[in-house]
Design a protein around this ligand. Structure first.
Ligand code: ADP
Length: 575
């Protein structure tokens, strides 16, 4: 048995040392890793001297001296394991509590002193060598039960907090890590306690399994480190290395944490940022400022590119994503990720500038081309020239170019806020009939019907509303090549007039419906279909918004779409 025990001790020491080596080779540093390293170290300091004692059969003075080192190891094991489990479960701050601190660190000092000076907690030495250092001596194992109670209580709390972590965490990696640790540590804890702790209390000395079993634990954890990247996933480390800025805020917007990239962007130290309100660093219009906390309280993730970050030297445009953080189903705060978008903004501005210049410069020559083609077609028609067919084709294309340039001009005017509405009271029915007539003449194969009426005049920009109607109608015609009916409905309710344009064409997928009012958005174009700019609905939506109206779509794929909008009716005072 003695030889078996010695070889098991050797195996345990070697595996513990190997795991220590593996840990040293791992990249990155963290409190968890550091404390686990200390834990393995304590176990090695416990095991290796025992191995030396057993291998060389040390007795007397040599035994006492080497055994002292072993005592240092096993007395420190619960303290180090407890601090490790606090670090792993993110509760290291509990050590700030004086009672917990003293309960963790005072007993090992006392026990160590006693075990080095007397035998009152010494239980390893079956031959009960008396220690007489500093002139104090005592019988063997007198207070061992007290030591054991303290030892086990710390180990038990650690296990419970690991189990708590397993239950609490939503992260799969952390769940797997906690479970592995629980299994790995339970083995030596449970059996070791029985053989090395409880049984000796009753003077039963069996095979002491605590140290050999730690090698099983070390193997399991070593496997976990290499196979499951144990301790690799440390959220705090990841946060500090993330390229974008990240705040963690409380419910009121108080900053609880900022990562190093965020602190660098702001140009202040982490300690100068933490504790302040997020509004001191992120600004937008007042309404938006409130939206961060408002969206957080209702548990909504919120994205925006309309914020600016106030740094110590400048104001940077940023895109932010606010994600609420929940604990026990309650929202406790949020993470706010922010990214510098100065470069994107600059590019956007130069694109818009280019668009504005290009569309303005194109406008004049295109108007002339249109005029000359019209003159040419009139002339050829009079002379009965056969090339009239070609010129008509040319005219069609010129119309398209004119339409596209007008769209681009509208877009650049919208972007620079230059679109002015010329509001007047007018009859929406008459305008709708005129527009229907003009669309009918361009698309004679479609059957466009008008239903309903609006009892009062509307108060709006006639040209712009005509433009919106034309856009919705041409879209309805364009996107319903087979079933060629289009129904335009007019109605009014309270102080609004409502226009809807229904087609029975290809329809729009649910997921696309939100996006089609966005700039340049086109539903994927199939081969052979006409390409367009995807500006029409964006411009239409902006025009209706400027009228304080609403625009929306109801649609089913392959069944058809209904685009509707509302505009204000004329009040008697606006007439
Ligand atoms: P476009 O110039 O591409 O027509 P719009 O902004 O007017 O630009 O429309 C955006 C996209 O919305 C179109 O590319 C088309 O895919 C889709 N769409 C618009 N109207 C309809 C409709 N009535 N039926 C089906 N799809 C439509």
């Amino acid at each position: 048995m003695f030889e078996l025990y010695t070889s098991l001790l050797a195996a345990a020491s070697i595996t513990n040392l190997l795991v220590l080596l593996i840990m040293m080779k791992q990249v990155g540093r963290s409190a968890v890793r550091g404390f686990f390293f200390l834990f393995l170290f304590a176990i090695s300091v416990w095991g290796i001297p025992r191995l030396i004692i057993n291998t060389f059969g040390l007795t007397g003075f040599a035994y006492t001296e080497v055994n002292r080192i072993s005592a240092l190891g096993y007395i420190l094991v619960p303290t180090v394991f407890f601090t490790f489990s606090l670090a792993f479960t993110k509760r290291l701050e509990l050590l700030r509590n004086k009672i917990i601190f003293l309960y963790t660190f005072l007993p090992p000092i006392i026990f160590l002193y006693l075990s080095w000076t007397t035998n009152i907690i010494e239980n390893h030495a079956f031959d009960a060598t008396l220690s007489t250092h500093w002139g104090v001596s005592s019988p063997t194992g007198e207070y061992f039960a007290i030591f054991l109670a303290w030892f086990e209580s710390l180990m038990l709390i650690s296990m419970l907090s690991l189990i708590g972590m397993y239950k609490r965490t939503a992260s799969k990696v952390q769940k797997r890590q906690s479970l592995l640790l629980i299994i790995a540590i339970l083995i030596p804890l449970f059996f070791g306690t029985i053989t090395d702790g409880i049984l000796p209390l009753f003077d039963i000395h069996t095979f002491p399994s605590a140290i050999p079993l730690t090698s099983v634990m070390a193997i399991l954890i070593g496997y976990a480190i290499t196979r499951y990247e144990l301790f690799e996933f440390e959220p705090d480390i990841i946060l500090s290395h993330i390229g974008n800025g990240l705040f963690t805020i409380g419910r009121s917007g108080r900053i609880l944490k900022v990562n190093s990239a965020g602190a660098d962007m702001i140009g202040l130290l982490e300690s100068e940022i933490v504790g302040k309100n997020i509004k001191e660093f992120l600004t937008a219009s007042k309404k938006r400022g409130r939206r961060i906390t408002a969206n957080m309280t209702i548990g909504k993730t919120f994205h925006s590119s309309a914020y600016s970050l106030i740094t110590d030297s400048s104001i940077i445009p940023v895109a932010i994503t606010v994600s609420p953080v929940k604990s026990n189903k309650k929202i406790v705060g949020a993470t706010v990720l922010f990214q510098d978008i100065s470069e994107e903004k600059r590019q956007e501005e130069s694109k818009e500038e280019f668009l504005s210049i290009a569309s303005h410069e194109l406008k004049t020559p295109i108007t002339s081309i249109k005029l000359y083609t019209e003159l040419l077609s009139r002339k050829l028609r009079i002379t009965g020239d056969e090339s009239i067919g070609l010129v008509e084709k040319l005219q069609e294309q010129v119309e398209r170019v004119v339409g596209l340039t007008n769209d681009l001009l509208d877009l650049s005017r919208l972007q620079s806020g230059k679109i002015q509405l010329h509001l007047e009271a007018f009859d929406l029915c008459t305008l709708t009939e005129t527009i229907i007539d003009s669309v009918r003449s361009s698309f004679p194969d479609h059957e466009i019907v008008l239903e309903g009426t609006v009892s009062k005049q509307v108060f709006a920009d006639r040209l712009r509303i005509g433009q919106v109607l034309t856009n919705l109608l041409t879209n309805a015609v364009k996107y319903s090549p087979r079933d060629r009916r289009v129904i335009v409905r007019l109605s009014d309710e309270d102080d609004r007039a409502c226009v809807s344009v229904q087609d029975f064409g290809k329809g729009i997928r649910n997921t696309e419906q939100q996006k089609i009012f966005d700039r340049f958005y086109q539903v994927s174009v199939k081969e052979g279909e006409e390409h367009s700019l995807g500006i029409g609905l964006y411009v239409a939506a902006r025009i209706i918004k400027k009228h304080k109206g609403k625009i929306w779509v109801d649609s089913k794929l392959n069944k058809g779409s209904t685009f509707s909008f509302t505009i204000p009716l004329a009040h008697s005072e606006s007439l």
